[in-house]
Ligand binder design. Structure first.
Ligand SMILES: CC(C)(COP(=O)(O)OP(=O)(O)OC[C@H]1O[C@@H](n2cnc3c(N)ncnc32)[C@H](O)[C@@H]1OP(=O)(O)O)[C@@H](O)C(=O)NCCC(=O)NCCS
Length: 170
């Protein structure tokens, strides 16, 4: 759990009110309202929510695992890795902040929380990098502003090496 002025970040559960959540991207709002709980139940994603004192959801993100093809990583990085076809990674699947609260540092708060949890988990189950899929250039900009690099083969897929994350939390 992470507190900031009465806000907390916790795993989504039925006590959280997400009916009014609007981040400006309809598919993300609908995902949170209709599918996030199912994904959690099926163990394909863990949704984390930023909630206020009334347990109203103000932001969210999801974490899962995925495998990245070695050939999709930058050459300089591949040279330092074993010749496995796939490397393990952590997927930051979705991230959104309610419109009312955008531009106040909550997106960054959620991202740092996701990095912290991903790093902690990677000390138990290895993960080479945190990967995310930006829905458009504007959201790609948010990740690039926070140090993410683009996969050469797919411009909207961004990643941050876990070694970089580890240095942040050292
Ligand atoms: C992208 C999003 C999560 C950012 O949340 P936010 O709370 O508005 O962002 P913050 O206030 O925490 O911004 C933190 C920093 O990132 C920067 N930033 C925010 N959005 C940015 C963007 N699109 N491009 C570049 N930088 C961006 C801010 O300028 C700020 O920089 P600073 O610390 O130097 O001032 C939010 O706008 C959102 O929910 N958008 C709709 C959904 C979306 O696009 N999700 C992205 C994943 S698909």
């Amino acid at each position: 759990m992470h507190d900031r002025d009465g806000y907390r970040i916790e795993v989504l559960d039925s006590s959280h009110d997400r009916d009014q959540f609007q981040c400006g991207v309809k598919v993300l709002d609908e995902y949170l309202q209709r599918r996030a709980g199912q994904d959690a139940g099926r163990r394909v994603a863990v949704p984390y929510v930023l909630v206020d004192e009334a347990s109203t959801v103000c932001g969210f993100y999801t974490l899962s695992q995925l495998a990245v093809r070695l050939v999709d990583l930058p050459q300089g990085m591949v040279e330092r890795l074993p010749r496995y076809p796939l490397v393990p990674a952590t997927l930051l699947g979705r991230l959104g902040v309610d419109r009312r609260l955008q531009g106040q540092g909550f997106g960054q708060l959620l991202l740092v929380d996701a990095l912290r949890r991903s790093h902690a988990a990677s000390q138990e189950v290895a993960s080479f990098a945190i990967v995310t899929e930006a829905k458009d250039e504007e959201s790609a900009g948010f990740y690039v502003a926070h140090g993410f690099c683009r996969l050469a083969s797919r411009e909207r897929t961004l990643f941050l090496p876990m070694a970089t994350v580890a240095r942040l939390f050292a």
